[in-house]
Design a protein around this ligand. Structure first.
Ligand code: ZN
Length: 252
């Protein structure tokens, strides 16, 4: 039998800046689909584009097209029912970082989180489909970021770390947001994380219901999603302290 293939789409949420005008978190969502999941996910994205009247020549995004609670709930319903899909999240709470950490270096910050997300997704792919599965990873291209340095960094770190099944990788790439429909889903999954972790509005509320609505798609959520399905940094226990955290007797 031919080995399985897994496509991975990774998108970031928040910015890397340290100041008070920047986002309180920076994170990445990695969406993994097998061959059935790919088909289902593309169908789901087309459904949402149609539901939200996204013009044919523009990319659907959390920021532009999912401003209302209603639309976000709809996205949870449509994406949350896609079979053959798994999600891994990695995010940093900037206020918990030391001042001299990678926070002060945009390039290093991105590279560091990108590699964390990468490891999580390769481990998830291996756990899901076995180590002979072939993986294609596509990061969303970030404006103004030289992703060649990130690629060099990831390739070096991944090949030095024997725990990372880098042999599974078939095509590590950075792609424009309009290249794959699936990248638009990765952006929306990033939005679910943002809503749950980024206090907003006049009263600084967070809205975890979207993330909880797709919780069953998080890797390992049937046992404990920490840290392989969702990892907060610098301390993987940060997310456990959130009032909405669903793993009641969490030992992580
Ligand atoms: Zn737990």
């Amino acid at each position: 039998m031919a080995s399985d293939s897994v496509n991975v789409y990774i998108d970031e949420t928040g910015d890397r800046g340290p100041g008070s005008t920047s986002s309180p978190i920076f994170g990445m969502a990695a969406v993994l689909v097998d061959s059935v999941g790919s088909l289902n996910l593309r169908r789901a994205v087309l459904q949402l584009r149609s539901d939200f009247n996204v013009p044919e020549n523009s990319v659907m995004s959390w920021k532009e097209n999912l401003k209302s609670h209603d639309r976000r709930k709809r996205a949870v319903e449509v994406l949350g029912s896609v079979a053959g899909l798994k999600v891994c999240y990695v995010y940093v709470v900037k206020s918990a970082l030391k001042a001299d950490s990678y926070l002060t270096d945009n390039q290093r910050f991105y590279n560091y989180i990108a590699f964390k997300a990468y490891k999580a997704s390769l481990w998830a792919a291996r756990n899901w489909k076995g180590q002979d599965a072939r993986v294609w990873t596509r990061y969303g291209h970030v404006k103004g970021h030289d992703h060649r340095t990130t690629e060099t960094y990831i390739r070096r770190e991944a090949s030095l770390d024997p725990r990372v099944p880098f042999h599974m990788e078939q095509g590590l790439r950075w792609v424009a947001s309009d290249t794959y429909l699936e990248s638009q889903a990765a952006d929306i999954y990033g939005g679910f994380l943002k809503a749950a972790t980024w206090p907003s509005g006049d009263f600084g509320y967070v809205e975890p219901s979207y993330l909880l609505g797709i919780w069953h798609q998080l890797r390992n959520s049937e046992q404990c999603a920490i840290p392989l399905g969702i990892m907060s940094m610098p301390d993987s226990g940060i997310i456990r302290k959130a009032r909405w955290f669903p793993c009641l007797h969490c030992t992580k």
